[in-house]
Ligand binder design. Sequence first.
Ligand SMILES: NC(=O)c1ccc[n+]([C@@H]2O[C@H](COP(=O)([O-])OP(=O)(O)OC[C@H]3O[C@@H](n4cnc5c(N)ncnc54)[C@H](O)[C@@H]3O)[C@@H](O)[C@H]2O)c1
Length: 387
Amino acid sequence: MGYKYHCLNPISEVGIQNFTEEYVPSSAEKADAILVRSAAMHDMEFGKELKAIARAGAGVNNIPLDRCAEEGIVVFNTPGANANGVKELVIAGMLLASRDIIGGINWVQENEEDGNIAKDAEKAKKAFAGCELEGKKLGVIGLGAIGVLVANAATNLGMDVYGFDPYVSVDSAWRLSRSIRHAKTVDEIYRDCDYISIHVPAMESTKGMMDKNAIDLMKKDVVVLNFARNVLVDEEAMVDALIGGKVKHYVTDFPTPEIAGVKGAIVIPHLGASTEESEDNCAKMAVKEIRNFLEHGNIRHSVNYPDCDMGYRGENTRIVLLHHNVPNMIGQFTRILAKDNMNIADMTNKSKGGYAYTMIDIDSEVPDGVADDLRAVSHVLRVRVIR
Ligand SMILES: NC(=O)c1ccc[n+]([C@@H]2O[C@H](COP(=O)([O-])OP(=O)(O)OC[C@H]3O[C@@H](n4cnc5c(N)ncnc54)[C@H](O)[C@@H]3O)[C@@H](O)[C@H]2O)c1
């Protein structure tokens, strides 16, 4: 059985190549899966074959998630696929804040006509001297996909790294270098570190978390790095701290009229994930998610349905059902299967908000008509029988 896919935006060829010959490009109306970057999908009507939308990137506000859930379309994103790109820019940010590389380069440009530039540089350079990262204390707030990479890379640069994340995942904990110290409170990071890098998501609980009180706790001449989201930091307090000389540098990937041009602010135009590799990684991950879902029914990194994974399908027939998260669904499914004497080899059910997903492996024949019987159950949104 073949599958059709459609790319609403240009998607890296490196990812598309991971589709097998079973997959052919098609129009959006006929596609089983759509790949998208930033195209607006809110006003789109979806074809009846559409089963999955994969956003090559993290943000999904261009996609109508609730409508998709209701139409039995699973929406995926690619969290962490650009983590390495962001990590490398954070390291660059620490270096830019430690040595006056920008001031030095500007000096060379201003003196490009100087025939004696080599000699004059030797005199001028003391104005641009700085310090090294080795031996300095770095505090990383948020040890997810990006925070872990930043912490590990900084350890390899000889920094003394402290991490704070009260909700750290098992996966992140496994990936974290053993030499990273565990801060029990975020205040420990604020109080003790020379460099502080924030890598938490923007949520109600984190917005403005780095406020005046937090900055007051920090050491004089601290360097703060924000490659996460600008709303995490109280910008007014940060501007005051830069002007007052408490914070030496605020390195941010988020230009705003308030911060651009302030003394000590190193402002980058949101370049964290702007690398070829990040785009390739997002595309590879999006294609992998689509294939895993269409061929095996597994859901990994969905934003509107629960993640649910029964591994490789093997010889079994797999029945997957998208439905509302209401009581007594599984009982109704198993009664239908029992009626036709089908043997369930394995089964799982997961829910997320108002929606749920059930996967059932059958190791005997699945008669025609079973899918229609399952579809007729109230609150079922989509049924697929994967053979
Ligand atoms: N600059 C860019 O271009 C760019 C690119 C990608 C992601 N980002 C941003 O980087 C940030 C991190 O992304 P990620 O992919 O590593 O996310 P992630 O979800 O993998 O990790 C976030 C971590 O923050 C932790 N956390 C949540 N609340 C916390 C709190 N109050 N204190 C401490 N830790 C807390 C979570 O437990 C999690 O481990 C996000 O804000 C994301 O939007 C920026």
